[in-house]
Design a protein around this ligand. Sequence first.
Ligand code: AMP
Length: 584
Amino acid sequence: MSVEEVDSFERFALAEPVLRAVRDVGYEQPSPIQAQAIPPLLEGRDLLGQAQTGTGKTAAFALPLLSRLDLTRRVPQLLVLAPTRELAIQVAEATKTYARHLPDFHVLPVYGGQGMGAQLRGLSRGAHVVVGTPGRILDHLRRGTLVLGGLVAVVLDEADEMLRMGFIEDVEAILAATPQGRQTALFSATMPREVHRIAQSYLRDPVEIRIESRTTTVEAIRQRYWQVRDLHKLDALTRILEGEDFDAMIVFVRTRTETTGLAEKLEARGYDAAPLSGDMQQAERERTVDRLRQGRLDILVATDVAARGLDVPRISHVVNYDIPTDTEAYVHRIGRTGRAGRKGEAILFVSPREKRMLYAIERATGQRIEPMQLPSREDIADRRIDRFKGLITETIETAELDFFEALVADYQRAHDVGLSEIAAALAYLLQREQPLVVDGAAARVDAHPAEPVRAEAAESAPRPRQRREGAPPAQPRSEGAPAERPRRERRPGPEVPMERYRIEVGREHGVQPKNIVGAIANEAGLESRYIGRIEINDDHTLLDLPEGMPKEVFKHLKTVWVCGRQLRINRAAEPGGHRRRSED
Ligand code: AMP
């Protein structure tokens, strides 16, 4: 795997501050449309580009045209016309990002449905770039509040959409109000006759770009997509991690910054994940890939560049967390799975705006990508229970159990309880580290467990095979919390000397009592009824726990993550050790 020969933005004659902004954003290499559009636009040529959202076309025109601005003139020099207010806002925001190091730069979004006042103030203050919907732009032109005499370039974004929405006449009226010698770029996902006519009338000798998608077949790989809706992509990914049988997985994101951000979030949720990006040293990248190969790591969060050529047969799943910028990148990505004659799974996250890219990928691969449902909480609970039952069967079949059978028989004689009750207690102890039931989901088992199954911290809890070594220690040996209690005494909670602790997660981090109870019960091996009063403050929480917490439990709890923060537990400053009755 080598990233040295990879194309870079440095080869373009972009203005230095613009290049710096691209570095900040973390794009590793130009997308195909950028590679083809940036040089001619920098030269001042007109451009006709067939490209859809998701290909990186905003940067394809914004980077070169921002590089050509004269910042000393605070008049509109670049006008971008977009069909919808959402796209206008999106383009204005992207422009702002790419122009962040340009001194005293101003971009103004202008669209219908927004009050005139703010737009008029913005226009009178002056802006270098105006991004707007055709109707509202024309309105300002007619009022004389927008003057386009100083314009250097015009971009028509999603021209076919503007046509479909009946804006073409407005677009032509606006173009007529711009200087003759301006530069023009027209982007359109499709090229209907009317768009072609506009191109012929208003573009001078344009460079034509069309991102050809080569047909490639990837038959060993099942391809599915999930339509991004209200659930956050991170939560969707967590469900997939729980609900799918995977060996190793690559999760693709767009930027280097995201590789580390997402890998950290997955680690905080208990998964063995690591980033892989082009700005890591070659040796470090190889070490990370080796860890994946040897099974010491299960998830890589990677960019396209870093994962190029990666060949690790145990990769069973590829998740396209961010949709790729072109169909070829998609084919490269999913080709990381289904290797060495194995079957592979590819999952693509698609937002409504990215639907066209989905269709483009289907055309390029000649295969249909099936919509998928995320596993529900109930499904996940079922899977956990199935796994748990499977573990029991496997242990009975393979483990040397004589000693434990004798131990259980001995216990049964001494305590006069049924075998099923002993088994239930042992099962309870085992699942405490990994609750079987996910937050809010009903457990689909017939039995009535002796203790309610703790559910709250489920979605952030590690899976059994990813448990950190030596993590959840045994129940604290406080005098009131004996390991073997006769069942009848379990409710209400016993008299326990309590001590007050402080943890560094609070309201502003979004914590709720259930998160704290779940995490502490799981990680300290403490039944929830031994967790006393919880007082959530803005940036920390005070809570009562049984006195005499063992040192190793205390040390471990310091490192436990709740709501993206480590608990960093400490005894509370004020004398908190007071005798009280713990609550249920
Ligand atoms: P667009 O097609 O302009 O809507 O861009 C789609 C997405 O691609 C945006 O989230 C951009 O931030 C991202 N993007 C643009 N160029 C690149 C690139 N060279 N590498 C990675 N991501 C990019």
